[in-house]
Design a protein around this ligand. Structure first.
Ligand code: ADP
Length: 332
């Protein structure tokens, strides 16, 4: 970990349960995804059948876990939560599968991190609600077939491309979560300011929304930070001036980019002459993991058209030079 990559005060921390929507109707944005899931949930309830398996993909903080926790509440069923990184062998998955109540939801976060053996163990569980367990060893080993109660698997991953095709194909519903619009994020700020019991005007709410990289988790963290700042420095009220000062103190720029984003852009400009450069080389120079860049940093920069991906690597756009206050090379 490079020194500059320490967590900022607004980096993901213990999620505030008070701010997480409890049911899908409380969720803001993602309307098309919401409508499709609502129909599937409705049909499952009316037919008294388990909901088909659901896969969510998208950058961190866009609502994958929120959907996964709201869906079972709306279905009126229990939820178990597991993480792909912690399921090292089939036996780690076994208790979740055998404990799953009829129609209940098993949520596996970071499902792309499941080892191959666990993934394969899950295929019959997903398809026929059955598992094959091997008992004993060597000559005396035998396979026992066990039936499970019908359940729904909800998987979350930062990129569907990380999943093997056989696993991906076993999900009946696959949804991609995209960045949120400014009005949607503003609505989240206003609603959560109310929940946090802090006064905020619309201009300030928009300012925080605009500086949050299209991401609800970031909007919530920045709102909490601005609220702390207001409490400490400004008698508790969030005005535009207070919001701007607080965000500036985090190193957040007018586009909402944080120091980490800017270091990426500046490295690409200075070290790689604007690119194209391979993501491995950029990660190496920044002394960080490739996954951090591809999953957390790049999606918003690509979406903002500050960076483009070419067959030969990442390249800065004209907009990026402008944003960095530099002169773009001829022809860009
Ligand atoms: P992910 O699982 O994709 O990383 P989360 O579901 O944990 O993201 O979302 C992070 C936080 O953002 C949640 O705790 C919640 O407070 C907020 N959030 C996410 N999606 C929404 C939404 N559609 N409406 C309101 N708040 C949301």
């Amino acid at each position: 970990e490079g020194a500059g990559w320490n967590r900022a005060p607004d980096a993901p921390r213990e999620e505030d349960p008070a701010l997480r929507p409890k049911s899908m109707v409380e969720m803001i944005g993602q309307r098309q995804v919401y409508e499709r899931i609502k129909i599937a949930v409705d049909a499952a309830i009316k037919r008294s059948e388990p909901l088909g398996h659901v896969l969510f993909d998208g950058p961190p903080g866009l609502g994958k876990t929120t959907f996964a926790t709201c869906i079972p509440r709306d279905l009126g069923v229990t939820l178990q939560i597991a993480s792909g990184a912690a399921l090292a062998a089939p036996k780690d998955l076994l208790p979740y599968l055998t404990n799953a109540e009829e129609g209940s939801v098993l949520f596996i976060d970071e499902i792309h991190r499941l080892p191959k053996a666990v993934e394969e163990f899950m295929y019959p569980a997903m398809e026929d609600y059955r598992i094959d367990i091997t008992l004993g060893e060597g000559m005396s080993a035998r396979t026992v077939n066990m039936n499970l109660r019908p359940f729904t698997l909800i998987g979350a991953t930062t990129r569907t491309g990380l999943l093997s095709a056989p696993l991906r194909d076993r999900f009946a519903i696959r949804e991609h979560l995209d960045f949120y619009s400014l009005p949607e994020l503003t609505q989240i700020v206003e609603r959560n300011a109310e929940k946090l019991n802090v006064a905020i005007d619309q201009e300030s709410a928009e300012k925080i929304a605009h500086c949050s990289r299209g991401t609800p988790r970031i909007v919530n963290n920045r709102l909490r930070w601005v609220r702390d700042y207001a409490t400490s420095r400004a008698a508790g009220e969030i005005t535009l001036r207070v919001a701007e000062d607080a965000l500036q103190m985090l190193g957040v720029d007018p586009r909402g980019l944080d120091p980490q984003d800017r270091r990426y852009l500046e490295t690409l400009m200075r070290v790689f002459k604007g690119g194209p450069a391979g993501v491995e080389a950029i990660a190496h120079t920044l002394n960080t993991a490739v996954d951090t860049l591809t999953d957390e940093v790049e999606p918003f920069l690509l979406r903002s058209e500050l960076v483009v991906r070419t067959p030969r690597g990442r390249k800065l756009t004209h907009l990026a030079y402008e944003h960095l206050g530099a002169v773009a090379p001829d022809g860009l």
